[in-house]
Design a protein around this ligand. Sequence first.
Ligand code: SAM
Ligand code: SF4
Ligand code: SF4
Length: 391
Amino acid sequence: MTLPPKVWNQSEFASFVPPRCISYYLACLELNQEEVRRAVIPGRDSNIQGPRDRRDRPLRDLRISVTDRCNFRCTYCMPEEIFGERYQFLPREEILSFEEILRLTRIMVPLGVSKIRITGGEPLLRHDLPRLIQGLRDTPGVEDIALTTNGTLLKYMAGHLHRSGLSRLTISLDSLDPEVFHLMNGGKLDVAKVLEGIETAQGVGFNAIKINCVVQKGVNDHTLVDLARYGRIHGHVVRFIEYMDVGTRNTWDLQQVLSGEEIVARIGESFPLEPLAPNYRGEVARRYQYRDGGGEVGVISSVSQPFCGDCSRVRMTTGGELMTCLFASSGTDLRGPLRKGASDDELGEIIRCIWLAREDRYSEERGDLVQADGEDGLARRGRVEMYQIGG
Ligand code: SAM
Ligand code: SF4
Ligand code: SF4
């Protein structure tokens, strides 16, 4: 039996949600019956898999930014000139508590979420993070918990993270060359700290560690092969990421993007590669294996070969805004209704409506948008900053 979703009248809905949610809700009411049928929360009918957005994409992955602060100032993410000592990060009272994060996660599970990625800012700066991971681990329906970190605090934290139930670790490392590394992280900590962290993580039992490397032409592209070699020796999957136009503060320029294809060709010159099939639908990295059996490498070609068609990710900012795209100009505030006393059902309904109304495909549309407005025009529309939603 298919139950109809609850339909509120507008004043009922307006009593606990901010105005922009109402427009989402009204947009949802415009959806045709088939879309509404598919949107009914699963559990009421086992044939229904949770809401699908307007491009028929399910909701699967939740990325949670647990802090907007960081001990690096990567030039492509939080350049020091802007994020200097006087920069105002979110005050404590505006940051979601662990209990609030866990509650929202629990609400999103019946809507389809089963994979979580904890990110930031630098997530290991958040006090007592293993307690959150433990809570997520104890949340029925959460199958996989990953964390992206710059690795500098892993030496102290890796054991706690492993014991708390963290499934997977991704560590960002843009170059093994100390000078290039320093240049890219804004002159902060040394690459040796990160290498030490990776070693500790491996020692406490994290397997299949992934290394993320943002590639900037003319900055670190001459050091890619060294990093690939490091991955081969230590058994880590290095994933090279095309430099993306996330946010508006990193003076991004297309000229600085080395395409995934060029990256594969460069690595392949030293270590011949062959393509591998994706592990699952919607995997963001294209996988390659070394022909000599030296392991695997990945390329994330968000700029040159966008993958919006399978994008099942939603992102929650440190302050509790829900964003349906990495390049969104704004999100929907969940903290407001949550703290005003909205029930689980009401919060679930807001999130379901946001997903139903979702149309995002920024990277696929990018070319057309640039043609219409130019790069500057596109940036003027506004884009959330990477440190706020965590990649
Ligand atoms: N601080 C942690 C770290 O660096 O791993 C987690 C947050 S960071 C925002 C998440 C990922 O986004 C990192 O792997 C980082 O390299 C990547 N990133 C940040 N800005 C980027 C950009 N403009 N283009 C591509 N990747 C970017
Ligand atoms: Fe910090 Fe990560 Fe951004 Fe670098 S990429 S500034 S480490 S949040
Ligand atoms: Fe998903 Fe937006 Fe990235 Fe496309 S541009 S893959 S919709 S986050």
